[in-house]
Design a protein around this ligand. Structure first.
Ligand code: SER
Length: 404
């Protein structure tokens, strides 16, 4: 099953159950949202989760691109990407969490052929303000899926304030298979032999079902939303990789052109290859959504992505590698996948311009750091001075120093 097939199967399944498809938004959240980028499919729906009637009704389904910088350090592992797609469903004051879990279970097992023995669920265990989520527990017991209770990991919120609530997450077992064995061909049930999701990261979180029924206020208190919603999000790339029996998202069909073209252009070890592909692809999508490199906010996230990947590329071959060599096919493939209308040539111009700016900054940084007064360890005061007076970011100074 390739990515398009997975998306179609998901959307059709929920359409057949009364959901209307809404168009995914860009990576830029609506005004007033507390985050820089859309990090979850629910962002564009915040007003409707808070009670405004949605023009398409109270059952919705979509595919939403998301960007998470919280996971930047994890990129390179089998499951984390900076930009990824989330398959989402919503009940806006309509059906409740257990119904959503039952559909989730049925789609995974009957629609995608996942062996039920490869599933584990986590459920909110309750705290001093909110009761344990017994409704979800009972549904999982009825379906025969083992459950682990957690507290913090089973509470979802968009930011410090706003809609939130307890959630139940579906994990799939990704360990113990050879590269080519798809998930439905395994006959031993991992939960009889392996620990729970919080103890073993071969249980990979796939699908989060949030019962979104509170709003957190500035003072930290919780008030009930006007309606009880269900908000679910399923990570497309990790689902596809798991269904395809691949050991990482980078080996699924979504990354096929990247894996085919990048190693010939820039020979890299596996971890560096993953980081470069992830960051470049993410930078293209961010640029395609209208962001340009700057020193603050969204533009700074883009700048950091480009600088991080250049730092990896320039570890070898004396810094001669250039984003000017990036094949058009990769930029076009990414823009097409995310249905972005920008010309690949314009994307390359922006990347190249940023590369040149970074190159100049590095040269200046090396010259300044070579001055006698900056020899030896750099304390906080000097780091601040280098930043404020010479425009040299702390991270850059530290990385130049570590390579001297
Ligand atoms: N908002 C939840 C999440 O991002 C479910 O979509 O995990």
């Amino acid at each position: 099953m390739n990515t398009d097939h997975v998306v179609r199967t998901f959307v059709d399944y929920f359409r057949e159950r009364g959901h209307r498809r809404i168009t995914g938004s860009t990576l830029l959240p609506p005004p007033g949202d507390p985050v820089l980028f859309t990090t979850s499919g629910m962002h564009p729906l915040t007003p409707y989760l808070e009670g405004r009637p949605h023009p398409l009704g109270n059952r919705l389904v979509n595919v939403q691109r998301c960007l998470r910088t919280t996971d930047l350090e994890e990129v390179g592992d089998p499951t984390h990407l900076t930009v990824f797609q989330m398959l989402g469903t919503w009940s806006l004051g309509d059906y409740e969490g257990p119904q959503s879990l039952r559909w989730g279970y049925e789609l995974l097992t009957e629609g995608f052929g996942v062996d039920p023995g490869m599933m584990y669920a986590t459920v909110f265990g309750g705290d001093d303000r909110t009761d344990p989520d017994t409704a979800s527990l009972e549904m999982w017991e009825e379906l025969g899926v083992p459950v682990e209770f957690t507290v913090d990991d089973n509470w979802w919120s968009n930011g410090p304030t706003g809609p939130c609530g307890p959630d139940s997450e579906i994990f799939l077992w990704t360990g113990g298979r050879s590269n080519d064995a798809p998930i439905h061909s395994t006959h031993t049930h991992p939960h009889s032999t392996h620990p729970t999701p919080s103890q073993d990261n071969r249980w990979v979180e796939m699908w989060n079902h949030v019962t979104m029924r509170y709003r957190r206020l500035d003072d930290g208190s919780l008030v009930p939303l006007p309606q009880r919603n269900v908000d679910t999000g399923l990570g497309l790339e990790r689902l596809v990789a798991t269904l395809q029996g691949k050991s990482s998202v980078f080996e699924s069909d979504i990354f096929e052109p990247w894996r085919r073209l990048v190693p010939g252009l820039w020979p890299l070890d596996e971890t560096s290859l993953r980081l470069v592909c992830d960051h470049l692809r993410s930078a293209v999508v961010v640029i395609g959504d209208g962001v340009r490199p700057t020193n603050t906010g969204r533009g700074y996230v883009l700048r950091r992505l480009v600088r991080r990947l250049l730092t990896v590329l320039w570890r070898e071959e004396g810094g001669s590698r250039s984003l000017g060599d990036l094949p058009d096919e990769l930029v076009r493939h990414t823009l097409d996948h995310f249905r972005q209308g920008m010309d690949p040539v314009d994307v390359r111009v922006i990347l190249l311009d940023e590369e040149q700016r970074f190159r100049r900054l590095l040269e200046r940084g090396r010259r300044i750091l070579a001055q006698p007064r900056f020899r030896g360890p750099l304390d906080e005061e000097r780091l601040r001075y280098l930043h404020d007076t010479h425009g040299l970011p702390r991270d850059l100074v530290l990385s130049l120093r570590s390579r001297e």
